[in-house]
Design a protein around this ligand. Sequence first.
Ligand code: B12
Ligand code: SF4
Length: 431
Amino acid sequence: MRILLVNPPNCGRSIPEERYGIDSLKQIFRGEPLALETLAGNLHGHEVRIVDLKVEPEALPDELAGFAPELVGFTAMTCEANSVLRLARQVKENCNARVVVGGVHASNDPQFFNRPEIDFVVVGLGKQSLRQLVDTLETAGDSAAIPGIAATAPGRALTWPARSYSRQDLVQERPPAYGLVERYRPHYTLQSLGLEMGFVASAFGCPFDCSFCCIAPVTGGRYLTAGIDTILRDIGQLEQTPVIRLVDANTFGNPQHARRLAEAIRAAGIRKHFLADVRSDTVVRHPELLRLWKEIGLRAVVIGFEEVSDVALDGLNKANSAAVNSEAIRILHQIGLTIVGDFIISPDYDEAQFDALEAYVADNPVDLPMYTVLTPLPGTPLYAGMRERITIHDLDYYTLTNAVVPTRLEERIFYQRYAALLKAGHAHAKL
Ligand code: B12
Ligand code: SF4
């Protein structure tokens, strides 16, 4: 079967830009579409192409005409969901392909894609499900029994057999098809260093349950680590790539596994720069683990500090404290790791809370502070709690840089203060 896998273009709309001319909050993101490479890795025996519209925004019509796919698969985050519908209509108007969509938005809010232009929605880890779907389509079989796959039925509720989410879903014996994006690789760089950056997954899901987070439904709430050999094999495939971003939501969620991985990287003589996500409480509980990782090439860690008071952290179900966050910053500075710190600004912030955040970042300096606006992503517990207050339902604005509920401060002031935080952070960025 001819299968085209599509990474949607950079998209999303910006309230601060549209209403107040503040354009500094908009960013362009690029990185290899590891989800699509992972899926393609298990589609052996088929003709598979990946088109990355973040690099080539206008490439879809030519791909459809030249390749004539029989199945087109889209991945989508929430802010990409509308774009994917638009692109799916383009597919339907131009060829006979069936359309399947998966990824973080499909896993959190599958019903959104229950539309005529979409044929199948994949909920959760998709490597096994997509293979089974393709095999079933080839033999004109019945897809209704495939775990994680919902055939669309506009006007009715979607149904699908649940997946149990075991390590079998990772189909580890089949590596990601990294070669399918070779032509795009020069575009996948870590801008600050101007170095090529490759993505590797070492763990899926997260053992925590923060209210704003959309990761849990991708693995049915489970935390699954990849085998050490699998991870080394994937790093090995990116031989020419000096920087490896471990794209896991929580790379150090199982400290024993993370320790064994670091030791195996050292034993294999791999010399790369690594970036990875870690929770601050893991840093405080296991500083020696971070030291070990620093020795084997970890250069920067991404930490979700989120908020600066315990009350606010509890409100997000973060299961962490401001004191632990500060202690982690101290430890990481001591170890010499660069800290990329995520903070979440609530639309309920008043001037005093913006001041408190500014003061916290001044007292606890992180090398690259990143700020997002608290966003009730459909499917999350936060969404259930904030639903009644949402005034902006257009998912193009769900980029985590817009307030989709009314702000407590006058809206212009809210975005001015947000932009000022970002500007100050970038002025001091050391990544
Ligand atoms: C790498 C990454 C990126 C990369 C590359 C993504 C790409 N496709 O090009 C870049 C840098 C471009 C990026 C950009 C952004 N990102 Co981003 N990103 C990630 C990250 C860290 C890893 C994703 C990944 O590669 N995982 C590994 C793969 C193997 O797993 P997976 O994607 O879950 O795929 C599996 C299943 O979901 C499923 N599946 C996925 N797609 C498909 C498609 C089909 C057809 C099928 C069958 C199955 C399927 O099968 C896969 C294999 O099992 C995640 C966080 C995380 N850890 O998940 C955030 C994340 C996805 N990003 C996020 C966000 C918000 C953004 C941005 C809006 C930036 C921002 N403001 O923070 C931009 C949006 C860009 C745009 N369109 O304008 C959010 C999404 C929240 C949401 N619900 O929308 C996440 C979850 C992080 C977070 N803050 O919570 N991102
Ligand atoms: S620790 Fe991070 S990945 Fe895990 S649930 Fe919380 S925000 Fe999501």
